[in-house]
Design a protein around this ligand. Structure first.
Ligand SMILES: *[C@@H]1O[C@H](CO)[C@@H](O)[C@H](O)[C@H]1NC(C)=O
Ligand SMILES: *[C@@H]1O[C@H](CO)[C@@H](O)[C@H](O)[C@H]1NC(C)=O
Ligand SMILES: *[C@@H]1O[C@H](CO)[C@@H](O)[C@H](O)[C@H]1NC(C)=O
Ligand SMILES: *[C@@H]1O[C@H](CO)[C@@H](O)[C@H](O)[C@H]1NC(C)=O
Length: 437
């Protein structure tokens, strides 16, 4: 045991220079989550969650094909693991920084294969990290930014690890970073002007987002947390109490995502349509973010064309997700485009084609094997005042695949088979650089 711990620490020190996500705490929490997720008590709750998703789909007459069922089963497996991950880093007297909500991955640095733990519209651009908080205590979060940091970054203090419910937020534009890239954020009930998250008795977690625009260049910040004043835990946390917290997370997730995100937010929008975005703080979205939800059903000889603009946002992303609200193998497929990855039209808008067959358009999202799916477009870094999303317009159209050339803008950027291969290769390299290396 001691040897193992030493080996982990040595590994962590070596790996630290390579990847800020490769920490000994990450490894420890992943191992614990993997062990605890084997508890048979999750099975009935997983079935219950599956039934909630199916109920929502049936309500809107979605054809629950074998492909949809397969996507739902994967989503439920990931939902269970995410529920355990949310509970595993749950002791605010021994806080750790834990990277969660990510697709199945392999830690090269610890030779560990970790299952996927995504839920409710994962964003392939995002590195999400969590820190447990108790409003009674003071904390210090130490960070180090590499270069100019990531396209968007935010630190949200939340009340509920499943539905979020933000108490306070620090946005990238407001974070004060020293010239050497380091910064410190304090978390307490005090009123402090700079780099501070004001907490109260309802605070449960800091939810940290790093959205990477250019996957081959940007790196998430290095983060470390410290609780001040050496608090004594009242009740020692046991594996049983972590499992019970995880079960509670799974129950809440089933409602918040299977009903809230899928039924209320997504399927209630007419098929193959997207409304211009709105700003909302409900269901785990960021306060400086606007979003537009939708779902599609596209035949093999059809294409779904989406055009929109970025407005005043500093970063936006268009990911395509399954009926289980997860992106489909974002490492190997082009299932998302963000503001740094897309080819613009001459007037600054962006046009995307979703189709099973490759139309040789640069901004193509493959829905091969996924004729039905969901969408959550996000625009971030918006000014907080009302009305700023009014100048973002979204337009959608379904056309026959062989009529695409008639409706696509004249200035559409096309790619050769070789350029497509290169585009996918660069995506994989970027993904691996962030997640594994
Ligand atoms: C990594 O783990 C795999 C499977 O658990 C094992 O076969 C392999 O030998 C390990 N590699 C190293 C370098 O430890
Ligand atoms: C950071 O941003 C500055 C100003 O926009 C730019 O000049 C510089 O090249 C950027 N550095 C990196 C490493 O991207
Ligand atoms: C909790 O489970 C982990 C993983 O199985 C194990 O290493 C650890 O000893 C357990 N902790 C307690 C207090 O039983
Ligand atoms: C911008 O160009 C696109 C593609 O040509 C077109 O669909 C859209 O209507 C234009 N938008 C504006 C505001 O001019």
């Amino acid at each position: 045991m001691r040897l193992l711990a030493l080996a982990l620490l040595a590994g962590a020190t070596l790996a630290q220079a390579r990847n800020p996500l490769a920490t000994a705490d990450q490894c420890e929490l992943d191992v614990l989550s993997m062990e605890l997720s084997k508890d048979p008590g999750f099975e009935p709750l997983k079935k219950h969650a599956l039934n909630q998703y199916i109920k929502s789909l049936k309500k809107y007459n979605v054809d629950i094909t074998d492909a949809v069922m397969k996507d739902l089963h994967l989503a439920m497996d990931e939902l269970v693991f995410s529920s355990v991950q949310k509970a595993a880093n749950g002791d605010p007297t021994k806080p750790k920084v834990y990277w969660t909500d990510t697709a199945a991955r392999r830690h090269d640095w610890f030779n560990l294969s970790v299952p996927g733990g995504r839920y409710s519209y994962d964003n392939p651009d995002s590195i999400y990290r969590t820190v447990p908080i108790d409003g009674k205590y003071k904390y210090k979060l130490k960070g180090r930014r590499f270069g100019n940091g990531t396209a968007d970054t935010s630190f949200s203090l939340i009340k509920n690890v499943n539905s979020q419910n933000t108490i306070s937020t620090i946005l990238k534009k407001d974070l004060k970073v020293k010239s050497d890239g380091t910064y410190e954020i304090t978390i307490s009930s005090e009123d402090i002007k700079e780099n501070h998250l004001k907490s109260d008795w309802t605070a449960k977690q800091i939810f940290i987002r790093h959205n990477l625009g250019d996957w081959n260049k940007e790196t998430p910040d290095e983060l470390e947390v410290e609780v001040l004043g050496n608090p004594k835990p009242w009740v020692p946390r046991t594996n049983r109490s972590i499992i019970n917290d995880a079960k509670n997370n799974l129950k809440q997730s089933s409602f918040f995502y299977g009903f809230g995100a899928l039924d209320f937010k997504t399927l209630s929008i007419p098929l193959n349509e997207l409304k211009s975005p709105s700003q909302s703080q409900s269901l785990g979205t960021l306060t400086s973010q606007a979003q537009s939800f939708g779902h599609y059903n596209i035949k093999d000889d059809e294409a779904y064309v989406i055009t929109f603009n970025g407005g005043k946002s500093s970063y936006w992303v268009l990911p395509v997700s399954t009926m289980g609200l997860l992106t489909n193998d974002p490492e190997h497929n082009i299932v998302s485009f963000n503001s740094a990855q897309s080819a613009p039209n001459n007037n600054g808008t962006y046009t995307f084609v979703l189709s099973a067959k490759d139309p040789h358009v640069y901004n193509w999202i493959s829905i091969a094997g996924m004729p039905q799916g969901t969408l959550m477009l996000r625009w971030q870094g918006l000014p907080l005042s009302d009305g700023t999303v009014k100048d973002i317009k979204v337009h959608t159209q379904v056309v026959k695949y062989n009529k695409l050339h008639e409706i696509l803008p004249k200035d559409t950027r096309y790619v050769s088979a070789k350029e497509r291969k290169q585009q996918i290769h660069e995506r994989q390299q970027g993904y691996q650089r962030i997640h594994y290396q």
